[in-house]
Ligand binder design. Sequence first.
Ligand code: XIL
Length: 350
Amino acid sequence: MYPRRTMIGGALAALCAVAGKAHAAYGDIPPLKSIAPYPLGVAVRRPQLDDPSWTALAAQQFSRLTPEWEMKMEYVLRDDGSLQTDRSDAIAAFARRNGMALHGHTLIWYAQDGTHFQRLKSRPDAFLAAYADYIQAVMTRYRGLAAGWDVVNEPVWNDGHDLRPCLWRDVLGDDYIALALTAARQADPGAVLFLNDYNLELTPKKRVRFLRLCEDLLKAGAPLDGIGTQTHIGADLLPGAIRVCLADVASLGLKVHVSEVDITTRGDNGANVAQPRIAQVRLIEELMTAYGDIAPAQRYGMTFWALRDRDSWLNGPKERGLVPDEPALFDNLGRPKPMAQAVAAGLASR
Ligand code: XIL
């Protein structure tokens, strides 16, 4: 009897043959989106659209884009309350030209508020009107292309003890989340509305608090459709943590978006952990199996938070001087790494 891995390898080889020449330029995997039973996404920044090696590989392998930064309030909202959407519009146009969907990221985030809202914080009614206006103005611009939105990003403290403090909560109270979801539903009734957070696999206490928030919102009738679990993980994450997390997240019956996958090879000391690629493959195999075990109707998709290692925020300006991180599926030349082959094998085995 052949071991499972050999059988998967055989299935992959067959798929490569079927997928034709397209895979030849990208090593020995078929275009991942061609074998995925759910949307596969990748994060994008506007400058990457001017890099033909990035655009060719991204359009070849993925079916959905998430703007990594240019759709966030920090860029979109000017001090006078007007919108600056040149870069997110360019990303949307690229998605349309390449038959890709868009995932809107993100409307409301504790980390970014801006002068326009700061000026209104002493006038709650005007603040709420501007809050709803912002959400609706951004969403309606991409209506029909954006399949879903991270309406509120990272609402829970990292240790899980409470909701995070933020301007939105200061002025509108804990209802800021339900108010954002309600405004979003009115803006685009066809969009899947998410709450999105990180470390739900690493910190069970945070996951418990986050899921309680979701349950409370559902009980109150808030239009919450899905949960984004970002899955920014370390190569040293304990076996089983991803599986337990996804089962818990899926237990609410909502859509599940594994929304920002990367697996850093850096340990706490900033150096590379031992044999990181072996650990990355194990974690990807666990992720693919656990996500495959979720009911198909709940699988909104999986999004990788960079195309190539050099595209990753973990190799950004603030990380200069650290050992280069290798968190993405493709190496700096666009070749599939063992993680990419593990994703392909996981998709092919379904
Ligand atoms: C990060 C981007 O990757 C960086 O380029 C940017 O400078 C800061 O934000 N969780 C999130 C994302 O939801 O929006 C963050 O993206 C990464 C953590």
